[in-house]
Ligand binder design. Structure first.
Ligand code: CU
Length: 396
């Protein structure tokens, strides 16, 4: 295995110098069988700046091989070991400062299959979480150096699957077909954070807990320690995009710990129907919309003095009251809230419009040829405010 120190991208526009086993983060997947005798060659590329080594958690021996494999740039080390215990194991660099070598991407997985091998499945994928600490904040562009203090404090700027934000999304998503069984070899390089690994919309039929022999069934979220792993298996029953996350959820949506499994195939409505109904829900009944009253609404003591003031005050009310549904330019929201701008319905009848502002409106209407069926609640506006906002709507 060759160690390469190389610049790459952590996310769009954010460069980082990764230290790698085999040129990738995580490092190359190593697949063995229990009882194998392995002669391990570790090469440190001559262009690298630092010595490195490897500690394989599958190795029984001092440092998991670290002591025997410490290698300077331009050198190669060899040691041998026998795999005694089946399981899924992390390997990582263990050269001081150890945390920094791991934080820069020096980790991967070694699988030791049991006698006879793991049962066959349709698809296998290799996923490894890691946390990154940069001098700049999340998203700050340019080449970002490692930040030792943030790493010590475990305040990660990025938490990612497979070495960068988006390594498993969009065109890089992992895939399967309906009816297949998927096996994920999931590891956590850390260096600092424990992963709560979850696939949104799937249940793990089997989890090899912590990568060992213990099999748990019907699991929603499995804990993956820093420096640990799990084997996760599930059958895919319905098509769609299933999101892989660390369920410490800000890591997923704000720091990058998000991947995708895209499943193609036939729908199965016995298992999942998709949306069946979207309607109006009125917890207090529809009657409340019909009450023509402005009781309790106080008239302004300083009413608008002229058209300009009516427009100004009306715009303020519009931005507070109408904007969320009818939008900034009165364009509305397709299929939900009708437009006010160039609205044939509005322009046809001013008195009806005044009535709607005062009393609300429920039920189907047709605006510019489009049907809308929604609820506009009675607006708690004084008669002067209603006049101002309608002046604004009709004249802007
Ligand atoms: Cu190293």
């Amino acid at each position: 295995m060759e160690i390469l120190e190389k610049e790459g991208e952590l996310t769009d526009g954010v460069r980082y110098v990764f230290w790698t086993f085999g040129g990738t983060v995580p490092g190359s997947f190593i697949r063995t069988r229990v009882g194998d005798e392995i002669e391990f060659h570790l090469q440190n590329h001559p262009d690298n700046k630092l010595p490195h080594n490897i500690d394989l958690h599958a190795v029984t021996g001092p440092g998991g091989g670290a002591e025997s494999s410490f290698v300077a740039p331009g050198h190669e080390k060899v040691f041998s070991f026998k795999t005694l215990n089946p399981g899924l194991y992390v390997y990582h660099c263990a050269t001081a400062p150890v945390g920094m070598h791991i934080a820069n991407g020096m980790y991967g997985l070694i699988l030791v299959e049991p006698d006879g091998g793991l049962p066959l499945v349709d698809r296998e994928y290799y996923i490894m979480q890691g946390d990154f600490y940069t001098k700049g904040a999340n998203g700050e562009r340019g080449l970002q150096p490692f930040d030792m203090q943030k790493a010590v404090d475990e305040k990660a700027d990025y938490v990612v699957f497979n070495g960068n934000v988006g390594a498993l999304t969009g065109d890089n998503a992992i895939t399967a077909k309906v009816g297949e069984t998927v096996r994920l070899f999931v590891g956590n390089g850390g260096p600092g954070l424990v992963s709560s690994f979850h696939v949104i919309g799937e249940i793990f039929d089997k989890v090899h807990v912590e990568g060992g022999d213990l099999i748990n069934e019907n699991v929603q979220t499995t804990m993956i320690p820093a420096g640990g792993a799990a084997i996760v298996e599930f059958h895919v029953n319905v098509p769609g995009t299933f999101i892989l996350v660390d369920h410490s959820i800000f890591r997923a949506f704000n720091k990058g710990a998000l991947g995708m499994l895209k499943v193609e195939g036939e729908e199965n409505e016995n298992i999942y129907t998709g949306e069946q109904y979207d309607g109006i829900y009125l917890p207090e009944g529809p009657g409340i919309q019909e009450m023509p009253t402005t009781d309790g609404v106080v008239e302004s003591e300083i009413p608008a003095q002229n058209f300009e003031e009516q427009m100004k005050f009306g715009k303020q009310i519009y931005m507070q009251t109408c904007f969320a549904c009818h939008q900034a330019e009165g364009q509305g929201i397709p299929n939900a809230f009708p437009p006010l701008a160039k609205s044939d319905y509005l322009n046809a009848d001013v008195n009806r419009a005044i009535g709607i502002v005062l009393n609300g409106k429920t039920g189907e209407i047709t605006v510019n040829g489009q049907k809308y069926n929604n609820v506009m609640t009675r607006q708690m506006l004084s008669s002067e405010e209603s006049a101002n906002v309608l002046t604004y709507v009709y004249n802007s």
